[in-house]
Design a protein. Structure first.
Length: 186
C-alpha cells in the first residue's frame, strides 16, 4: 500500500507545474506525511510487543537503513546542527552550520545534542566499540593517498579484501530508489 498516488508522486517530482497545482499537491502530501508521522507511536508499540518471530517476517536490514536515512533527512530539514565549545564554559557553547558559521547554542540545540548522543550510544551497541570495520575504512582512505600506501601492512590489505568480498558477495535487497520522473529522465 503506497502512501502517495502515482499522480501525487509525479507532481512532487516535477516541481515545474503551475503554482496552484503544485500548492494543492503539496498540501495533500504534507497531510499524508503528518498522518504517517503520527502513526510512529503505533509502529514503536508494534516493534516493542509483537513477538520477534512475527516481527522479523515483516522487516529487513534495509528497512533499518532506510529509516535512518529518513531520520537524517528530517534532522537536515529541521536544521539540527552540531555543537562546539568547552564543557566548563557553557556560555561559549555554539552550534556550527555546514558553512562554518557559529551561533549561540539555544536550549533546543542542547536538548537535540543530548538526545542524539543518547540514541547514538544505544545504536553503538549494535556496531561495537572495537569493530574492525572502523579501522578498515581508515585503511581504505589511506589506500587512496599515494604517500600513505606504503604504510598499509599485509594484514591491512587482507582486511580490505575481506570487506570488498563481503560487499560483492552480499546482495542486499534495496528499497525502490527515489528517482526522477519518467518525463525528466528523457
Amino acid at each position: 500500500m503506497s502512501l502517495l498516488t502515482d499522480i501525487e508522486r509525479e507532481r512532487l517530482r516535477d516541481r515545474s507545474r503551475d503554482a496552484k497545482t503544485r500548492a494543492s499537491n503539496d498540501v495533500r502530501i504534507r497531510k499524508k506525511l503528518r498522518s504517517w508521522v503520527h502513526t510512529l507511536d503505533d509502529i514503536a508499540l508494534i516493534t516493542e510487543y509483537l513477538p520477534e518471530d512475527q516481527l522479523i517476517k515483516e522487516i529487513t536490514d534495509n528497512d533499518v537503513y532506510f529509516l535512518m536515512g529518513i531520520a537524517k533527512s528530517f534532522m537536515k530539514n529541521l536544521r539540527f546542527m552540531p555543537m562546539v565549545g568547552k564543557s566548563d564554559q557553557p556560555e561559549g557553547w555554539k552550534t556550527k552550520t555546514d558553512a562554518g558559521a557559529e551561533y549561540p547554542a539555544s536550549d533546543i540545540d542542547i536538548d537535540r545534542s543530548l538526545t542524539i548522543k543518547k540514541i547514538i550510544d544505544d545504536i553503538m551497541a549494535y556496531h561495537g566499540d572495537n569493530n574492525p570495520i572502523d579501522y578498515v575504512l581508515m585503511i581504505s582512505r589511506m589506500a587512496s593517498i599515494p604517500e600513505l600506501q606504503s604504510k598499509i601492512t599485509e594484514g591491512d590489505r587482507k582486511g580490505l579484501e575481506r570487506l570488498t568480498e563481503s560487499l560483492i558477495n552480499y546482495n542486499r535487497p534495496i528499497h525502490k530508489p527515489i528517482g526522477k520522473s519518467k518525463e525528466t529522465k528523457k
